[in-house]
Design a protein around this ligand. Structure first.
Ligand code: ATP
Ligand code: PRP
Length: 302
């Protein structure tokens, strides 16, 4: 592939590896963005749209998009702030995956119990900007300046080993399940930031003519994300219990209600949040609903 073959194409940056990679591939498949990636090639042409995918480290994507070299991208909210690109990119859509928290962690058995205890000591992190801003404020409150201020040191990976190696008194790192933190004998004493993957676009688009394509891709991805959050709940209920049942399943707009051949009963179909499905089914049964079915959505536009 040469540079000419990218001419006029919308450039869409995807994390090339790591925690966000697989989920991004599912999103692209759900949005019917078709491509074949050749081994070791980090740029590939989309077969059914004038788009090229650019596979980049997640941490580089905010600056590529922010500087307008790439039109759209998927990355973590955390890395946008860490690369100080929040003023240069528009966070168009939260994607509902890559959810974790950037937390201050210290040895569980050690004497440090609060961030104030840690202030003025050594903190190791891959997020030196965010950790620096956070401890800057702690230091200010504690009136620690110059030599007495907290020392933030950057490492590129295996941050959780820093305390055991004697390099740090505390760390700032991402926590999802907490398994990595606990395995290293650490516990969290404060949260710097909650994060998830986001779809971002440039504030300075390269080609105005890409606006329609950006909107098309964004709307398709919105549909895929909504489909992963919602399910369809269908049930039958005696007509006199209908208002109580509708209060449990109000739907996004309104439930669809159809009369049953069996007198006095209606069928109800409604969108429900997946994470609430079990509770909703319990409440429907208690209201007198029967034949409750829940279906996953493959895709939707809401
Ligand atoms: N445990 C996790 N759970 C959920 N999301 C995570 C987790 N770890 C990282 N992320 C998200 O994924 C983004 C990329 O992190 P990841 O560890 O996959 O980086 P990477 O591209 O493999 O880089 P490197 O390994 O070089 O640090 C993070 O900025 C964060 O938004
Ligand atoms: O709370 P947990 O579920 O254990 O997840 C947290 C870990 O996930 C991330 O690292 P990752 O495993 O992606 O590898 P990395 O250290 O190479 O970035 C992060 O840096 C933590 O180490």
């Amino acid at each position: 592939m040469n540079a000419d073959s990218l001419d006029g194409r919308l450039l869409f940056a995807i994390p090339k590896k790591g925690r966000l990679f697989d989920k991004c591939l599912s999103i692209l498949a759900g949005a019917d963005i078709k491509f074949r990636r050749h081994d070791r090639l980090d740029v590939c042409l989309v077969q059914n749209h004038p788009i090229a995918l650019v596979f980049l480290p997640a941490s580089d994507i905010p600056s590529f998009v922010g500087k307008g070299n790439v039109d759209l991208g998927i990355t973590g909210h955390d890395v946008i702030l860490e690369s100080q690109m929040q003023k240069h990119v528009i966070e168009e859509l939260r994607l509902g995956f890559g959810k974790c928290a950037l937390q201050v962690q210290v040895p569980e058995a050690g004497p440090i119990k609060t961030v104030e205890d840690l202030a003025g000591k050594r903190v190791v992190t891959s997020f030196e900007v965010l950790a620096g801003e956070y401890f800057g404020k702690v230091d200010e409150r504690q009136q620690l300046t110059g030599e007495a201020a907290t020392k933030i040191e950057y490492v590129g990976g295996s941050v959780e080993a820093a305390c055991a190696l004697g390099l740090a008194d505390g760390i700032v790192d991402l926590v999802e399940s907490g398994d990595t933190m606990r395995a290293a004998g650490l516990h969290a004493i404060a949260t710097v930031l909650e994060t998830e993957a986001v779809l971002i676009k440039s504030r300075i688009p390269k080609h105005e003519s890409h606006t329609d394509l950006i909107n098309l891709v964004t709307n398709r991805i919105k549909g895929v994300v909504a489909a992963s959050k919602y399910a369809i709940c269908q049930y039958n209920v005696p007509r006199e219990k209908l208002s109580a049942a509708i209060a449990i399943t109000p739907g996004r707009r309104a439930p669809t209600i159809s009369p049953l051949e069996m007198g006095g009963w209606v069928g109800v179909s409604s969108m429900v949040e997946k994470k609430k499905v079990a509770q909703i089914m319990d409440e429907l049964v208690a209201t007198g609903a029967e034949d409750i079915l829940v279906f996953n959505l493959d895709n939707c536009r809401v």
